[in-house]
Design a protein. Structure first.
Length: 183
């Protein structure tokens, strides 16, 4: 009987450690600390403006892929684009941009703390876009409503385009956001 009790206690301790570890990863936004790189994408012709696309890669890296698609779409529309991780020096320089986009994964209806902090420091003189990579192939209205509330409290700019990027629809969702920002 004592042997079974020890096994049960060990299993419970392991489960508690796993739960605490997962919650720490999400709440402390540990994945964002690796997002320190940046690159500049130049258009093939004359630049029509400057755009900054900032991302938190999240645990899967899907948000970085979405940010890259958004940056590529803006470049194709003639913008000089700086694609930057949220912890890079380029993400801190938000001046002289016509368009600024920030985004990352959404966990439990909330954007990560790193992107939340980035959004709180955005200037009002640029068109703003926010994207959230969901990891889901279906639209969840409550996630979108929560994201809208969070973005509204973070920014003082009423002209913010918000887009949930759904799994399997990344290309069209990213194009939709870029179209809304460049009209």
């Amino acid at each position: 009987m004592k042997k079974w009790l020890k096994i049960v206690i060990v299993v419970i301790v392991v489960i508690v450690i796993l739960i605490v570890s997962v919650l720490a990863i999400f709440s402390l936004d540990l994945a964002s600390y690796g997002a320190t790189s940046s690159e500049t994408l130049n258009p093939t012709g004359t630049s029509v403006g400057r755009a900054l696309v900032v991302y938190d890669p999240g645990l899967s890296g899907a948000a970085k892929q979405d940010a890259t698609k958004i940056a590529d779409d803006l470049q194709a529309k003639g913008y000089t684009v700086v694609l930057a991780g949220v912890r890079s020096g380029s993400a801190n320089n938000k001046s002289n941009y016509n368009i600024i986009v920030g985004g990352g994964p959404v966990y439990f209806g909330k954007i990560t703390s790193a992107i939340d902090g980035f959004l709180k420091t955005l200037p009002n003189n640029a068109r703003l876009g926010v994207f959230a990579s969901t990891g889901s192939s279906s639209f969840v209205q409550s996630d979108f409503n929560s994201l809208q509330k969070q973005v509204a409290s973070d920014t003082n700019n009423a002209n913010v385009s918000i887009k949930l990027i759904l799994n399997g629809n990344e290309t069209s969702n990213c194009e939709d956001l870029v179209s809304a920002l460049t009209q």
